[in-house]
Each structure stands twice: as structure tokens, then as C-alpha cells.
Design a protein around this ligand. Structure first.
Ligand code: GDD
Ligand code: MG
Length: 373
């Protein structure tokens, strides 16, 4: 038996408005809820039982995955009425674990797409006798991550969550959001209160002399927490740049889900996904984008690196690059939206050639309060 805890209680603030109705880990990525990819990979690595640590829209996880039999897993759920932070969530979920003593328990952030050798991480942990093993990866800029320094043997010397912007910061080794904890070490996390595993637990374990071990690999790794990364992760799965046992179709330039209607004169490329019941009109060009179920794209629209929420509508002749369109929002025909803008759920932009520049965009953006972080 190998058990895991899946941390899925966050609000997904950086992905609003996509996460206004759906938790980040349940957003469709390459045609299936993102967690399906993570759970299928965990199952393939020998994980048999997973405890979900939920909070935001908690009920939606059990509704999607049930007892886990569809994935060959046994699933259990813990709900935090108030989010307890990553450390508090681990401590709370551990109440439902069956592992004891020095058995290894895997812990996953619920938004990481990677090629990690999960079984290898677990076995290396067992052999090393570490208290905690952390998967590490290198990123060009560590400021959105947990900066980790190690000695030549991989022993972790320091853990600094979200290093601040003062001073130049280049490529660095960071926490990749997958851990193996020795079961008894989880009990060192204080119970019943909010605790950050990154800001409190890891630094305190290091200071106390515990053996925290980092394993760096250069394989594919992406945190899907921002719109650009979400789009990229989906496109990379579709194009086969990262493997998943849960991909619902063959690897290729685009993935069209059953029940979608794509006109023969439309051009899909760059790992675009068109979800169930979505429609794409004649002459439309969609590159590297995610069209969620029920959304529609009018004739000759041009959509690049964007996400269209469920039942969103983009009028004919409109052009979008790096735009997030919320659920049921409607973009009138012949619109041109500046890159980086997000359109709130249900917002309607009038037809008739609305052209927005970066200066005029905020009047639309007002309809959607941008997240703080
Ligand atoms: N149950 C529960 N309760 N889960 C939570 C809570 C909580 O209060 N807060 C966050 N989570 C979950 C999120 O749902 C997500 O799956 C995971 O914990 C990490 O939260 P993020 O919000 O995605 O954190 P991050 O991306 O800013 O930083 C984390 O991941 C980086 C790697 O991508 C940290 O672990 C960094 O150290 C790390 O580098
Ligand atoms: Mg994240």
C-alpha cells in the first residue's frame, strides 16, 4: 500500500474568473479535469489510496471522483471549513491515513504537471532514511516559488518561500510541490490551526536538524497556477510534450472532444482543445488555446493563447491573444482585445467592432475585480 495526500483547498485566485465556479484542480486540461492526469500518474506509480485535503468548493471533488474506483484508486476526503494552509491541510488529512511510523506518504500540490518519477522519489526516500524528501526543479525566476538550497549530497540547508523582489534573482532551484514525508514526521505539524508547510514546517524542521532531502530533476515541470501556464500545460499534453495516461485522445496538433462541432474550414493548431459541445465556425483560427465545453467561436475569429470559459461566446471576426474569457461572457463580433485582459463571467461586450487598446481596457476589466496575488 502507498498512500498520498492531495492538497486541493486553494482558491486558484490567479486563475479567476475560470476558478470562480470551479476549483483549479478540476478545470479541464487537455479535455479532462486536471487532477485526472495527476491521479492517473500516481496510480501508475503504485499509489493505492489518496486523501484529498479540500476547502474551496470542497463538494465538487467527491462529485467528480467519488470513491476513486474509476481510476483504480481508493479515495477519501477531508474538508477544512476554513482553509488551514498547506501544513494544516497535511496535518488534518493525516487523520485519515492508514500508514504508520516510518512508512512513506506522498504529498502532492494539486496544480503540478510533471514527468516526475514518483515511485523513484518514494524509493529514494525509503533508502535515504530522510524525514522528508522534496522534489526540486529549476526555474528562471524563483520569486513565485519556494527557494531551496542544498549541499552537495542534496541535504536541504535552507527553505525560503516566495523570496522577495529586492536584489537581482536569476535561475534557481525551487520546491516543485511534491514531497515524501515519513508518516511520523507529519505529527510534528501543530494540529487544529492554520500552518504553512513552506513558511513554517520546512524552515523549522531544517532548524531542528531534521534530515530534509532535495531531489532535483530536469524533466518537464509546470505549475498551472496562472493563465499562461494553464494554457501551456494543456497544449503540452495535447502535443505529447509531457505524458499522461489520462489523455482522452491521440497526441496531435489539436484535441476535439466528442460532441464538439468544428467547421471543416476552421484551423486548429498548437495543442488547442475544443471541449464537449463547443462550436467553432468557418474560417476561425485557434492556436494554442483552450475552448471549454459549450463555448462558441464565430466565423473567421482569430484566437491565440487564450481560454474561453464554459458557454462563453466570441463573435465572428474577433481577435483575441492571451485573453481569459469567463463563463457565459459574450464578446461581440469584430472585437479586438488587448493581450493579458480577463473578461468576467457573464460580461457582455457589444458587437459592432469594439476595439480596445490597453488604455481603454480597464472599463471592461472593472467588471472583473483582479485578484490580489
Ligand atoms: N487543503 C488546502 N488548504 N489546500 C491548500 C491550501 C489550504 O489552505 N492552500 C493552498 N492549498 C493547495 C492548493 O490548492 C494547491 O494545490 C497547493 O496547495 C499549493 O498552493 P498554490 O496556491 O498553488 O501555491 P504556489 O503555487 O503559490 O506555491 C506552492 O507551489 C510551488 C510549486 O508550484 C509552494 O509549495 C511553493 O513552495 C512551490 O515552489
Ligand atoms: Mg501552485
Amino acid at each position: 500500500m502507498t498512500e498520498a495526500i492531495l492538497l486541493v483547498g486553494g482558491q486558484g485566485a490567479r486563475l479567476r474568473p475560470l476558478t470562480s465556479h470551479t476549483p483549479k484542480p478540476l478545470l479541464p486540461v487537455a479535455g479532462v479535469p486536471f487532477l485526472t492526469h495527476q491521479l492517473a500518474r500516481a496510480a501508475a506509480a503504485g499509489v493505492t489510496r489518496v486523501v484529498f485535503a479540500t476547502s474551496y468548493r470542497a463538494e465538487m471533488f467527491a462529485a467528480e471522483f467519488g470513491d476513486g474506483s474509476g481510476l483504480g484508486l481508493e479515495l477519501d476526503y477531508v474538508v477544512e471549513d476554513e482553509p488551514l494552509g498547506t501544513g494544516g491541510a497535511i496535518r488534518g488529512a493525516a487523520e485519515k491515513l492508514r500508514s504508520k511510523g516510518n512508512e512513506p506518504v506522498l504529498i502532492f500540490n494539486g496544480d503540478i504537471l510533471s514527468d516526475l518519477d514518483i515511485a523513484g522519489l518514494r524509493e529514494g526516500h525509503r533508502e535515504s532514511g530522510a524525514d522528508v524528501t522534496l522534489h526540486l526543479t529549476r526555474v528562471p525566476d524563483p520569486r513565485a516559488f519556494g527557494l531551496v538550497s542544498t549541499d552537495a549530497d542534496g541535504r536541504i540547508l535552507d527553505f525560503l518561500e516566495k523570496p522577495d523582489a529586492s536584489g537581482p534573482i536569476g535561475a534557481a532551484q525551487v520546491n516543485a510541490g511534491c514531497y515524501v514525508f515519513t508518516r511520523s514526521v507529519i505529527d510534528r505539524i501543530p494540529p487544529g490551526r492554520a500552518v504553512s508547510v513552506e513558511r513554517e514546517v520546512f524552515p523549522e524542521l531544517v532548524a531542528s536538524g531534521a534530515y530534509l532531502r532535495g531531489v532535483l530533476d530536469g524533466d518537464y515541470w509546470l505549475d498551472l497556477g496562472t493563465p499562461a501556464a494553464f494554457i501551456q500545460g494543456s497544449a503540452d499534453l495535447v502535443r505529447g510534450r509531457v505524458d499522461s495516461p489520462a489523455l482522452p485522445g491521440p497526441v496531435g496538433d489539436a484535441l476535439v472532444l466528442p460532441g464538439a462541432q468544428v467547421d471543416a474550414g476552421a484551423v486548429l493548431s498548437g495543442g488547442t482543445v475544443v471541449g464537449e459541445g463547443a462550436r467553432v465556425g468557418v474560417g476561425a483560427v485557434i492556436e494554442g488555446s483552450v475552448v471549454l465545453p459549450g463555448a462558441s467561436v464565430g466565423a473567421h475569429a482569430d484566437i491565440r493563447r487564450s481560454v474561453l470559459g464554459r458557454f462563453a461566446e466570441v463573435g465572428s471576426g474577433s481577435s483575441l491573444d492571451s485573453v481569459v474569457v469567463g463563463e457565459k461572457a459574450r464578446i461581440g463580433a469584430d472585437s479586438e482585445l488587448p493581450s493579458g485582459i480577463r473578461i468576467g463571467c457573464g460580461v457582455e461586450l457589444p458587437p459592432g467592432g469594439v476595439r480596445m487598446s490597453a488604455e481603454t481596457a480597464p472599463c471592461t476589466a472593472r467588471a472583473f475585480a483582479p485578484p490580489a496575488a
